[in-house]
Design a protein around this ligand. Structure first.
Ligand code: HEM
Length: 417
């Protein structure tokens, strides 16, 4: 059944970016668990907004879903908007876009290698990076915590986990910043610079192994070839950068605007970990980035789906779908889908949690009176169909001087005269 354009949810534009929950609520009222949407003008998808329906897709309960986007890609029009979506959903030989035995093989490699990242080493690395970032803006009394903290942290941390020195991270940060630009030229330049950086990294590690993720992936018994190793490092950086930085920024934005967490007056009792749980449930970074492709016709939760169509699991909508049951009777047991579920569930939820909690704890330990420069409702969110991501997080605080990098107590600067 085709729906009038006016009824279709638009996952683009400033209105959706400002209040995606309003769109989910309207779609839920009109369509139930599965709703027709456009990810960009002219490119449609089925958005799965019911919790049980989301779980049915993620756990492949009906054996009708595939992660292979190629049949869908072949039907895309040749437009700039379609090319943009392809950047996020185009087929790659990595775990995100493969099924069955091929997926299991790739998944073994990344899961085994991610598990080799020692938690205490990761924590120390995050402390080092977080302290150096905080040190650079602490004396100023103000910062944009998206640009100066949330974004650089995952890149600088993963750059070192992959086996390149921190001194090289500026190249990686600049390449990814360009890639995220909507200006096509800058994005293409960034993409090339990122590709070059990763090829250089893998080539160097084939020559000389180290105690790092790249070398572990090369030496994994599944014996990935050069191109596959490269793909797995690219997906590691790609899959960690956007969700990690949004998770950190979204959580900090909640903590500094809610006295239950953090208040120099009331000593809020909830922790950074609590803020992460709240964000993963109510405002997950990968809001609608659960792409699955239909392999045979099916009537799914009241909607007919056809082969090759794009189905997007909305973690954000599924997590917040109202359930008319007391908490103890909910079939989800209070769980959330912020890290996905089933065979493609995020294999890095533990390191991701360590990175986010450590970084945020460092921030609020050093800057004990952080406050937003504008009320949280006035913060702006980056437009886009897939993520929930702040554009800026402007804060102010009492300036401090990092006289001893890495130490947790920095003295406040004397008041300016
Ligand atoms: C340490 C940083 C991270 C790394 C290296 C990472 C890596 C990955 C990879 C490789 C996959 C694909 C797994 C597969 O298809 O089998 C994945 C899936 C996923 N990740 Fe992460 N991730 C990270 C952080 C996060 C964060 C912070 C979030 C959410 C806030 C997140 C949410 C997800 C979700 C929802 C999926 C499932 C996607 C799907 O169903 O298609 N990840 N992640």
């Amino acid at each position: 059944m085709t729906h009038p354009v006016s009824e279709i949810g638009r996952l683009y534009g400033p209105e959706f970016a400002a209040d995606p929950q309003a769109t989910y609520t309207a779609l839920r009222a009109r369509f139930g668990a599965v709703a027709p949407v456009e990810v960009v003008p002219g490119i449609g998808a089925h958005l799965v907004i019911g919790y049980q329906a989301a779980l049915d897709v993620l756990t492949n309960a009906d054996s009708v879903w595939s992660k292979d986007s190629r049949p869908w890609e072949r039907r895309l029009p040749d437009t700039p908007a379609a090319a943009g979506v392809k950047g996020m959903l185009g087929f790659r030989t990595n775990p995100l876009f493969t099924d069955g035995a091929e997926h299991a093989r790739y998944r073994r490699v990344i899961s085994d290698c991610y598990r080799m990242i020692q938690p205490h080493r990761l924590r120390n690395l995050v402390i080092e990076v977080a302290d150096s970032l905080i040190g650079s803006f602490a004396p100023t009394g103000a910062a944009d915590l998206v640009r100066e903290f949330g974004k650089p942290i995952p890149l600088r941390v993963f750059n070192q986990i992959l086996g390149r020195p921190d001194a090289d991270s500026a190249t990686l940060v600049a390449a990814l910043a360009d890639m995220m630009e909507s200006d096509g030229e800058a994005a293409a330049r960034g993409g090339e610079a990122f590709g070059r950086y990763m090829v250089e990294l893998v080539s160097a590690k084939y020559e000389c192994r180290g105690d790092d993720l790249t070398s572990w992936i090369i030496d994994h018994p599944e014996r990935l070839d050069f191109a596959e190793v490269l793909e797995h490092l690219v997906v590691t950086v790609g899959a960690s950068f956007e969700p990690m930085s949004s998770l950190i920024s979204n959580a900090v934005s909640r903590m500094v605007s809610d006295d239950r967490y953090y208040s120099s007056l009331t000593n809020g009792a909830l922790t950074a970990y609590d803020a992460l749980q709240e964000v993963l449930r109510a405002e997950p970074a990968m809001a609608n980035y659960g792409p699955y492709f239909v392999v045979r016709p099916i009537l799914f939760h009241g909607t007919w789906l056809q082969p090759g169509e794009l189905v997007l699991v909305s973690y954000a909508a599924a997590n917040t779908a109202p359930i008319p049951l007391a908490d103890e009777l909910r079939s989800d047991g209070g769980a959330y889908l912020g890290f996905g579920a089933g065979a493609h569930r995020c294999p890095a939820s533990d390191p991701a949690t360590i990175i986010a909690v450590t970084a945020i704890e460092r921030l609020i330990t050093h800057l004990s009176d952080l406050e937003l420069q504008v009320p949280r409702e006035e913060l702006t969110w980056r437009p886009g169909p897939f993520h929930r991501s702040l554009a800026h997080l402007p804060v102010r605080f009492t300036p401090i001087r990092p006289h001893q990098p890495g130490a947790s107590s920095w003295p406040p600067l004397p008041p300016s005269r």
